[in-house]
Design a binder for this molecule. Structure first.
Ligand SMILES: Nc1nc2c(ncn2[C@@H]2O[C@H](COP(=O)(O)OP(=O)(O)OP(=O)(O)O)[C@@H](O)[C@H]2O)c(=O)[nH]1
Ligand SMILES: [Mg+2]
Length: 321
């Protein structure tokens, strides 16, 4: 080990130690490292892996503005009343930067600002390979290893990646609004598949019971599992339904712990993560190959049609070996 590597480990270890004793600034620095995905993130991953596996992760997804953060804040309030501590990661795929600035309006959890039992962090990628797909499970694992028993991951359910991130949680909550049944939404089937719990939020709007009924019908069409996803209703702004949602989350946790489903999901999840890490590392190598001076020459030969793309790839690969 070189001296730099040694001090990197020591730096990261002391940050973890500080965060473990409740230093919020240390925790914030840790999360920034995770976001950046550099050597510190790698080190954090290595130092925390063995101590993780105790937290229950809850994914919460839904269309932009469906009320996820408002509802999350209400749920956090219920969890606190029941003596639980929880961390919330608001994953923001649209914004290149995170931290304090957008926290207020996107996370809507200012009620819990001074509560030691709640940690809220908005996360975005800085464009590194693997992005949120790699940063999110790592962030959840670090919080887990630091002793947070509940980690809630909020994402906007617009794209495949966000759905996958949330679908990889221990318990997945899909938040919809009245009228969702009639709306045309590209990944509706994907959401139906990942939901352990449905919540029709904005139940103060008309059409709530129709939407619940539509979801029930859609669920009835899918193959029955041993967990029947409940369809709840809520009003995030008043907190109505938040206690029932928390109860449903706890019930799902108990169910999948007892059935062995939890262990199976977690095993599948680290396998997927391994695939993602491999994909990202290989993509990095491809980038290194195509960025080099040898590649530049090959591109000129390709342009002159002296070499076909397969032959050019062969040349680059043989140099990499
Ligand atoms: N009428 C009504 N408004 C609600 C309810 N829940 C949330 N809202 C409002 O809906 C708006 C969006 O709420 P957010 O909690 O920010 O929604 P979000 O899903 O987290 O939004 P993004 O993170 O931007 O995707 C806010 O103005 C909330 O006050 C509800 O149950 N009823
Ligand atoms: Mg939000």
């Amino acid at each position: 080990m070189t001296p730099t590597e040694g001090s990197l480990t020591a730096d990261v270890a002391s940050l973890l130690e500080a965060a473990r004793t409740g230093h919020r600034r240390a925790l914030a620095r840790i999360m920034s490292h995770v976001e950046r995905g550099g050597p510190q993130a790698r080190e954090l991953g290595a130092l925390t892996f063995a101590q993780s596996g105790n937290a229950h992760t809850v994914g919460m997804t839904g269309a932009p503005g469906s009320g996820k953060s408002t509802l999350n804040s209400a749920v956090a309030g219920v969890a606190r009343e029941r003596g639980e501590r929880l961390a919330v990661l608001a994953i923001d795929p649209s914004s290149p930067f995170s931290g304090g600035a957008i926290l207020g309006d996107r996370v809507r959890m200012s009620d819990h600002t001074f509560d030691e039992g709640v940690y809220i962090r908005s996360m975005a990628t800085r464009g590194h390979l693997g992005g949120l797909t790699l940063a999110t499970p790592l962030a959840a694992r670090v919080l887990d290893a630091l002793g947070w028993p509940w980690v809630v991951i909020e994402t906007v359910g617009v794209g495949q990646v966000e759905t996958e991130i949330v679908g990889a949680a221990d318990t997945t909550v899909v938040v919809v609004n009245p009228g969702w049944g009639d709306s045309v939404q590209a990944n509706k089937a994907g959401l139906m598949e990942i939901a352990d719990i449905f919540v029709v939020n904005k139940a103060d709007w008309p059409g709530t019971s129709e939407t619940s009924r539509d979801i029930r019908q859609m669920l009835d069409l899918s193959a029955p599992g041993d967990w029947d996803p409940p369809i709840l209703t809520s009003v995030g702004t008043t907190g109505e339904g938040a206690a029932e949602l928390w109860d449903a989350i706890c019930a799902h946790r108990d169910h999948c712990t007892a059935s062995g489903e939890l262990e199976a999901r977690r095993a599948a999840r680290v396998e997927t993560e391994l695939d993602e890490v491999l994909r990202a590392s290989i993509a990095e190598r491809v980038k290194a190959l195509t960025d080099g001076p040898a590649a530049e020459q090959l591109r000129e030969r390709l342009a002159r049609r002296e070499l076909d793309p397969y032959a050019a790839a062969e040349v680059l690969l043989s140099q990499a070996r």
